[in-house]
Design a protein around this ligand. Structure first.
Ligand code: FAD
Ligand code: MLT
Ligand code: ZN
Length: 473
């Protein structure tokens, strides 16, 4: 079918105003990190699951491939079209209803395009916690979180998005609708399809709705910000935090001094404590079901023990919600500060927590020898063994030239070390197209073969997000 014919058919399904072909489509065609700018045949914005299914059938019949898109905050160039002008961006933004909160079942059923923060607020209004939390929550969607199996800052207690998901509604590559929104916590009737679609980055099906777990709202959440003398000390503090806070430990993030320096530089209005005191700081959270006093006592005992053992140099505990938000905001501002500093190489690696300090020591040293002057922006979810071990160009270097010439060799060095440590080259952000070619070198042939077999079985004509995660054949 001609391009004009496809556009006409899509307009007949979703209505003229919801098929965009002209005007400024940057928000749909450029990725958040500004790594690539594509060009879409059209951006289609269906209103409901039935329309999504019809759009998929129409595109499949016309041989047009589809790039599913939520909030377009992904980090690995997975939600924007390629430059060919032949792909349809299928935006889920209009499927944004919170369908039902089932308090007794502790679940919420929500449409894929619902903004994460909207979902958190809707659940809180009914007295429940939806714990997934990340800095992009004001613009990312729950469908995108599921498709990337997003992590965020509460994983140490509540798990990744996958662990929060009890059921999905999915439109298949053939345009069929699979309704798996059972909300069951136990169901062993064969293969668990939900787990195929979670983390599949839009390559196996289009998630249109999900049933997610809820938790009781904590009575209190206390935040502490601590200067620690080293990464080893941060790991020691994590051990103490597990012991003293147990299930109350809901967040444990580490931030290198250079990363915090970028926040000081680009967001000078933020008061970042402990300047010049230590090479790392930690922000941690204690959530409690008993009382604020109980939580505070626990936290004080933890910090006393840590000071005594020398794994904390100094610490502040937020006195109120506003202070707690400000401390978390410092951590959450690092990716934005880094983006302001210029284009950069991002790594979201995971390694056993116990081995992270020696990994960083080895990687820092090897990078400085091979690429003198590179600036290491190291921060992340230490409680989950997940670091954003990012690399910024040397001060005077042209960031674009740096990326073009050195991203490959720098990734090769870092990922080889990750392999030695039996870690993962992507703990959170996924593969998209940015890491696709690296995946082939870091995943076993057996695993890659199984992944390809699954892709071929579910999407034999490569309609859904072709070339993402796996290379086109
Ligand atoms: P998009 O970017 O639109 O899409 C991401 C991928 O999912 C694409 O491959 C797309 O095709 C696919 N997709 C989207 N919606 C659907 C759907 N309904 N069905 C099928 N496929 C779909 N990630 C973390 O894990 N932890 C963090 O702490 C974190 N912090 C972030 C902070 C910032 C400031 C930013 C910008 C990003 C951060 N991210 C983080 C990256 C993260 O992947 C996303 O923010 C989020 O999970 C993606 O949601 P989205 O709706 O924007 O998806
Ligand atoms: C984060 O933890 O802040 C995110 O995963 C985003 C990023 O590292 O850029
Ligand atoms: Zn992260």
């Amino acid at each position: 079918m001609e391009k004009a014919g496809v556009v006409r058919a899509l307009r007949a399904i979703v209505g003229g105003p919801h098929v965009l072909t002209e005007g400024d489509l940057t928000a749909y065609e450029q990725d958040w990190r500004k790594r690539e700018r594509g060009h879409a045949l059209a951006v289609v914005r269906p209103a409901n699951t039935r329309e999504v299914a019809e759009v998929v059938k129409c595109c499949a019949a016309a041989g047009v491939s589809i790039v599913p898109q939520g909030g377009n905050t992904g980090m690995v160039v997975g939600s924007t079209p390629d430059a060919s002008g032949t792909q349809v961006v299928l935006s889920l933004q209009r499927l944004n209803r919170v369908r039902v909160v089932d308090g007794a079942n502790l679940t919420v059923t929500v449409e894929a395009g619902c903004i994460l923060q909207t979902l958190q607020e809707a659940c809180e209004a009914q007295g429940f916690l939806f714990p997934l939390s990340l800095a992009a929550e004001g613009s990312c969607t729950i469908g995108g979180n599921l498709a990337t199996n997003a992590g965020g800052t509460q994983v140490v207690r509540y798990g990744n998005t996958r662990e929060l998901c009890l059921g999905l509604e999915v439109v298949t590559a053939q345009g069929e609708i699979w309704d798996g929104l059972t909300g069951l916590r136990k169901d062993n009737t064969g293969y668990d399809l939900r787990h195929l679609f979670v983390g599949s980055e839009g390559t196996l099906g289009i998630i249109t709705a999900a049933t997610m777990k809820l938790y009781p709202l904590p009575v209190t959440q206390l935040t502490a910000f601590a200067a620690v003398p080293s990464l080893d000390a941060a790991v020691q503090l994590l051990g103490l935090a597990h012991k003293h806070l147990n299930a109350g430990l809901t967040g444990f993030e580490v931030m290198g001094d250079f990363a915090l320096g970028l926040v000081r530089k680009h967001f000078p209005q933020q008061k970042v404590p402990f300047e010049g005191m230590s090479s790392y700081c930690v922000v941690l959270e204690n959530s409690d079901q008993e009382s604020e006093d109980h939580a505070r006592q626990q936290l004080e005992r933890l910090l006393e023990a840590a000071l005594e053992q020398g794994c904390v140099l100094d610490a502040v505990v937020a006195e109120n919600l506003a202070q707690a938000r400000a401390l978390w905001h410092i951590r959450e501002s690092i990716p934005l500060a880094q983006a302001q500093e210029g284009l950069n190489i991002k790594h979201d690696i995971s390694i056993a927590v116990s081995r992270i300090p020696s990994f960083v020591q080895e990687a820092d040293a090897a990078l400085q020898v091979a690429f003198p002057g590179v600036r290491l922006v190291n921060y992340g979810h230490l409680g989950d063994g997940n670091l954003h071990y990012n690399v910024q160009a040397p001060v005077d270097a042209d960031a674009e030239v740096f990326l073009t010439t050195l991203e490959g060799p720098i990734n090769t060095l870092v990922y080889a070390l990750v392999d030695q440590y039996r870690g993962s080259i992507s703990a959170e952000h996924g593969i998209g197209s940015l890491k696709r070619d690296k995946l082939a070198h870091h995943k076993s042939p057996v695993a890659l073969g199984a992944m390809r077999a699954i892709k071929t079985a579910l999407d034999p004509h490569n309609t859904l997000n072709p070339g993402r995660v796996l290379r086109r054949e």
